[in-house]
Ligand binder design. Structure first.
Ligand code: SF4
Ligand code: SF4
Length: 322
């Protein structure tokens, strides 16, 4: 989401600096938090490092508020009589799982939840705006068993995936407004059919050699409008050069990547850097292939421009008649 410019130049400059200094680590896997996303192509693009995720100052503040709220809530629950909460495993790290290229990290595990105090639950915390918060309250009052699904399918998928991989049949989501002043919760039970659907969905996206269909053919569709891949999907923007956008790379089922050209496995650093033999996966180029040789491909882009891709370079070719 774009940031509006404040009349106060100091705060405007502060927000610019926030964006400038925010470095989000590039994720190498499909996370439990994204596996239920509405657009499969967006999940595939993120997994293939098609472009960098960009964040507005407003989104960065929401992310940071979420981390802050999670800590505050864990602390409050820890001091609640009858409640036991764990946010780290026995080695002091986050509870995590990995299944090939699918991975995830829990906020924690909790016991002593009022409705079923003797039962262990996955604990997940969200900080959301007041409108979204009030919607959750409404869904829980109506029917708690379906509330999480009704409220947010991405969070529902995340909950099912965690319950599946951690073999815990209940999920307890706490939710706060910004500043953690109001709180509510929702309990959800494990649904093996849903969990397997999302697991399979993740593996299918990993196996796909082409980007899945767009969620909409219109760049002005609300999900596309704010998507970091809008230029790649709906315009002539080329993907970033790295091994994951290269025609010679393959994600293997054990969670690693392999280069068929060099006949070797690729670590994260190598994947990020790519090499001088990088050749775009043709399905990632926003246009049609017009010619090719042993180590080069030519395209006509959506914009009408002709390009040649060879040895990690893209050169614009002279315009052609007809
Ligand atoms: S621009 Fe639209 S179709 Fe493309 S990845 Fe984003 S949400 Fe999906
Ligand atoms: S050819 Fe180079 S850029 Fe392509 S996958 Fe192999 S190492 Fe990566």
């Amino acid at each position: 989401m774009g940031d509006f410019k404040l009349p106060d130049q100091t705060l405007s400059a502060m927000n610019d600096a926030l964006v400038e200094n925010y470095h989000n680590e590039r994720r190498g896997y499909i996370g439990a938090s994204s596996i239920g996303g509405s657009c499969e192509r967006r999940i595939w693009n993120a997994f293939h490092w098609v472009d960098d995720d960009t964040y507005s100052a407003q989104s960065i503040k929401a992310i940071k508020d979420g981390h802050y709220s999670e800590k505050v809530m864990a602390g409050r629950l820890r001091h609640t009589p009858g409640v036991r909460i764990w946010v780290e495993d026995t080695h002091g790290g986050q509870f995590s799982f990995k299944d090939g290229h699918i991975s995830g990290h829990l906020d924690g595990k909790i016991m002593g939840v009022d409705a079923d105090p003797g039962v262990l639950h996955v604990w997940e915390h969200k900080a959301v705006n007041e409108k979204k918060f009030n919607m959750l309250v409404k869904f829980v009052v109506r029917d708690e068993s379906t509330a999480l699904y009704e409220w947010d399918q991405t969070y529902f998928a995340q909950a099912q995936i965690y319950m599946h991989y951690f073999h815990i049949p209940w999920h307890y989501l706490t939710c706060c407004t910004p500043g953690s002043r109001d709180e509510t919760s929702v309990r959800t039970s494990y649904d093996p059919t849903a969990a397997n659907y999302y697991r399979e969905r993740g593996h299918r996206i990993v196996r796909a050699n082409s980007p899945p269909p767009r969620i909409s053919e219109s760049a002005s569709w609300f999900e596309c409008k704010w998507c970091p891949f809008s230029g790649n999907c709906h315009d002539s923007k080329l993907a970033k050069k790295n091994c994951r956008t290269c025609a010679h790379s393959t994600p293997l089922s054990d969670g690693t990547w392999r280069c068929e050209k060099k006949q070797k496995g690729l670590n994260d650093h190598e994947q990020y850097a790519g090499c001088e033999q990088h050749l775009f996966n043709p399905r990632l180029v926003p246009g049609e292939q017009t010619d090719s040789g042993t180590d080069w491909v030519e395209y006509r882009l959506r914009s009408g421009a002709f390009i040649r891709n060879q040895n990690a370079e893209v050169t614009t070719l002279p315009a052609r008649g007809g």
